[in-house]
Ligand binder design. Structure first.
Ligand code: PBG
Length: 338
């Protein structure tokens, strides 16, 4: 302990000295209010149809478009790292107006789900993105009306079909990321109707129309022109997130999500306080890219920034964190626990 050298003329803090609990690594470890565990981490992963070799994604250094084979290996690595799950995204070779590839049992995402379930299905929760944007030629998350608007109710029919295709492929959890009204109810009913009573539904309840999805567009080779502001939430809105969550829980969501994470920690804290189901947060592609770019320039300590950002998302109230750093971070956590 350091002795006080405070001159008498300066007021002293009295009995309360908050630095006592910060004085050593052991004391800080004991006093830590939040911990991150590999089991809470979920790795998002991309698999591309017809790819011969895994391909780097320029705007997401360290993240790959996988082949079916390399995805299997990545899933094994995720299981060995003790992660909670993987979230799969498919990049099809051909796209059309209604996203046929999403419901084709031989579509890339459905094949990849089956591959990963066969490889690590006992060790990981195998999750699949349930949305049409990777499969439509216009790049929107739903089907369009004649005038080019995203048709909510016609899209629900496609989501129900997509949920069944993913459940048949063996998905443990389907992640509804399209932000259509009524999507959770429609998918729950479709799953139950075919006996998939145990297939869980994660609802991207508070998903914002965000600039931080930029690099993801490269990752899935998005063809979208324009934006998703008629279905994703306005970044200006906080109260509305609670409404989205209430509706999704009432419709039967097993898990709700807030996305992006870092710029929406207020929303995450609100949702964590009111949700009766587990809350996931998605640390999205742009959040990843910002840290990687700054670290590559030597402007930021990469490991500390990654650790701090995920810790902060947990501290704000997330039960699960989807992060492209999941495997690396799990390794660091194991190292620190030794
Ligand atoms: C939609 C979807 C998106 C992301 C996850 N699911 C893109 C979007 O809504 O525009 C973004 C994830 C990320 O940026 O890491 N299928």
């Amino acid at each position: 302990m350091t002795q006080s050298t405070t001159p008498r003329a300066v007021p002293t803090p009295g009995r309360t000295r908050l630095r006592r609990l910060r004085q050593s690594p052991a004391m800080r470890r004991l006093a830590a209010e939040t911990r991150v565990h590999p089991a809470e981490l979920v790795l998002p992963a991309f698999v591309k149809e017809g790819l011969a070799e895994p391909r780097p994604i320029t705007s997401m250094p360290g993240v790959l478009q996988h082949t079916r084979d390399s995805l299997r290996r990545a899933a094994v690595e995720a299981a060995e790292a003790g992660l909670g799950g993987v979230m799969l995204f498919g990049v099809p070779e051909r796209r059309d107006a209604t996203g046929t590839g999403a419901t084709d049992p031989d579509g890339i995402l459905n094949l990849a789900i089956a591959d990963v379930v066969a490889e690590v299905g006992d060790a990981l929760v195998v999750q699949a993105d349930l949305c049409l944007d990777e499969f439509t030629d216009h790049g929107h998350c739903g089907v369009l009306t004649a005038s080019g608007a995203v048709d909510n109710d016609a899209t629900l029919v496609r989501y129900a079909e997509m949920a069944l295709a993913q459940a048949r492929a063996g998905a443990h959890l389907v992640g509804l990321s399209g932000m259509m009204d009524g999507q959770v109810a429609v998918v729950r009913d479709a799953l139950d109707g075919e006996g998939f009573l145990d297939t869980a539904v994660l609802a991207y309840a508070a998903k914002y129309a965000s600039a931080f999805y930029g690099p993801f567009r490269e990752a899935v080779e998005s063809t979208l022109e324009g934006d998703r502001r008629t279905y994703q939430m306005d970044p200006a809105n906080r109260r509305e997130a609670a409404r989205e969550v209430m509706v999704d829980i009432a419709e039967g969501a097993d898990v709700v999500m807030v996305k992006p994470a870092l710029a929406y920690l207020d929303v995450l804290a609100d949702v964590a306080a009111m949700s009766t189901v587990p809350v996931a947060a998605y640390q999205v592609s742009g959040e990843y890219a910002m840290v990687e770019a700054a670290a590559a320039n030597g402007w930021i300590d990469r490991r500390r920034a990654v650790t701090e950002s995920v810790l902060s998302i947990r501290r704000a109230g997330a039960d699960h964190v989807l992060t492209y750093w999941a495997v690396e971070l799990a390794g660091w956590l194991q190292e620190e626990n030794r």
